[in-house]
Design a protein around this ligand. Structure first.
Ligand code: PLP
Length: 449
């Protein structure tokens, strides 16, 4: 157990918590009832009041291989001693090339060029800029519009918010980037499906063609979607959906971007959602699992044609081909974490671990069917969402929030998101731990009015 530092903050005093304006948090409730984490190891958090809490959400979909992995801790600590920072522009650090080659090897064939960011949000916006610039360089500058999906989530920067389809994330911020949205893929007849829902995949995907006929492909840069929507509550593509989306994009010369920030690095039981669903996009974004969550990092991986288009149209060779990048793109410390994390990912065959545990996880989560308030259960790989009926028919977030808080009190961390409870265990979870998670969750649901 790492040594605990001593802080001056009085965690029992609401006033001393006000300085930190917390992200995606109900700050008013939190500061009256704080949850303060002080350590993590394996699948457990420890808290400021001396409890241990089982992590059934891999942090925030990111620490699948276990908290506090000594190999990563050591690589980061050695890495920062060797090279704390080197400029990201016009100078490359050695370890960045190593990580890029590793990512290239892991991603599906054809996705070969890796642009580093610091988060999934930056990756989404980078991919969108890449798509627009690509068409402009190809002489098709009118292709600027994006097609996202209702209930999609692509982070919180302008591009991501614009193509994202969760109303609460958009409504305060006004006009964004030119985007339209496909319908989501939740259907009543697919409720309680185990794994991929069987109904209407092709029909739902055909909406894309209708939309392209209305807006014309000459105005559309790219379609962006998560292979399955994570943050909105594990909304899965019905059978045949992604294949048909791919076909339509290819037919009409529109790029397909997969946001694999959640589905990347093992969560589906394959290395990427693209592998799990057998569909390869033109651009893929990733973050979270690339460093097992312990140092911020994201990446955008593009096909050769896109990279080459920038190279061929870049002007004299001393000129920058894509004027875009972050001070911390390919940060050497993040790269050290990524290299160690990807090494564990491969050596310990994490995707296979997930694939092997998924049927048990599926069986256990579906045992919640029939419990009061539970109106749908969706799962794939080691990801599941339990949809909870809105309180009084009009307050969808109230019960999930209460259930999350109750679970925490009972020593288990699950996430509340909109009208769902989301569960995403670590890849190293045991069957008995999964049993424990669903026992606690079931008690918490039953205790909720
Ligand atoms: N894209 C998807 C699919 C995500 O799930 C997330 C975060 O959960 C993001 C993008 C944003 O990533 P970040 O929070 O690292 O900016």
């Amino acid at each position: 157990m790492a040594e605990q530092p001593v802080f001056e903050t009085d965690f029992s005093n609401k006033e001393s918590l006000e300085a930190f304006w917390m992200p995606y948090t109900s700050n008013r409730y939190f500061k009256e009832n704080p949850i303060i984490v002080t350590g993590a190891e394996g699948c457990q958090f420890t808290t400021q009041d001396g409890k241990t809490v089982y992590d059934a959400f891999s942090g925030l979909w990111c620490t699948g291989m276990g908290h506090g992995r000594s190999e990563i801790v050591e690589a980061v600590s050695k890495g920062i001693q060797r090279l704390d920072y080197s400029p990201a522009f016009q100078v490359g650090n050695d370890i960045a090339f190593e990580v890029a080659n590793k990512v290239k090897k892991l991603t599906p064939d054809g996705l070969d060029h890796v642009f580093f960011t610091n988060s999934g949000s930056e990756a989404a916006d980078t991919a969108m800029k890449m798509a627009r610039a690509y068409w402009r360089l190809k002489g098709q500058a009118s292709k600027t519009r994006f097609i996202g999906r209702s209930m999609g989530y692509h982070g919180v920067n302008w591009g991501g918010v614009s193509v994202g389809g969760i109303a609460a994330n958009r409504k305060l911020y006004g006009q964004g980037v030119d985007s339209i949205h496909l319908p989501h893929t939740l259907l009543a007849e697919n409720r309680f499906s185990k794994g991929l829902p069987p109904h209407k995949g092709v029909e739902l995907a055909n909406e894309l063609e209708t939309m392209l006929m209305m807006h014309d492909p000459s105005n559309v840069a790219a379609v962006i979607m998560e292979p399955f929507s994570g943050s909105a509550g594990v909304i899965l593509p019905p059978v045949g959906y992604l294949e048909r989306i791919r076909e339509i994009c290819s037919k009409h010369n529109v790029l397909l971007i997969f946001d694999e920030v959640i589905t990347g690095f093992g969560r589906t039981g394959k290395d990427f959602g693209a592998d799990a669903f057998g569909v390869t996009p033109d651009i893929m974004t990733m973050a979270k699992g690339i460093t097992n969550g312990c140092v911020p990092m994201g990446a955008v991986v593009s096909k050769g044609d896109i990279y080459n288009t920038f190279m061929e149209n870049g002007g004299p060779d001393y000129m920058v081909e894509m004027p875009h990048g972050y001070t911390y793109s390919s940060h050497p410390v993040a790269c050290a974490a990524a290299l160690a994390a990807l090494d564990i990912f491969e050596k310990e065959k994490m995707s296979e671990k997930v694939e092997a545990l998924s049927p048990y996880f599926e069986e256990q989560v579906h045992k919640l069917k029939g419990l009061k308030h539970v109106v749908d259960i969706r799962n794939f790989g080691l990801a599941a969402a339990i949809e909870i009926e809105a309180f009084g028919g009009k307050e969808p977030a109230k019960r999930p929030f209460e259930i999350f808080r109750r679970c925490w009190e009972m020593g288990v961390f699950v996430r509340c998101g909109g009208n769902t409870i989301q569960v995403a265990p670590l890849f190293i979870a045991s069957k008995s731990e999964i049993d424990h998670v669903f026992n606690v969750l079931s008690d918490a649901i039953l205790a909720t009015e």
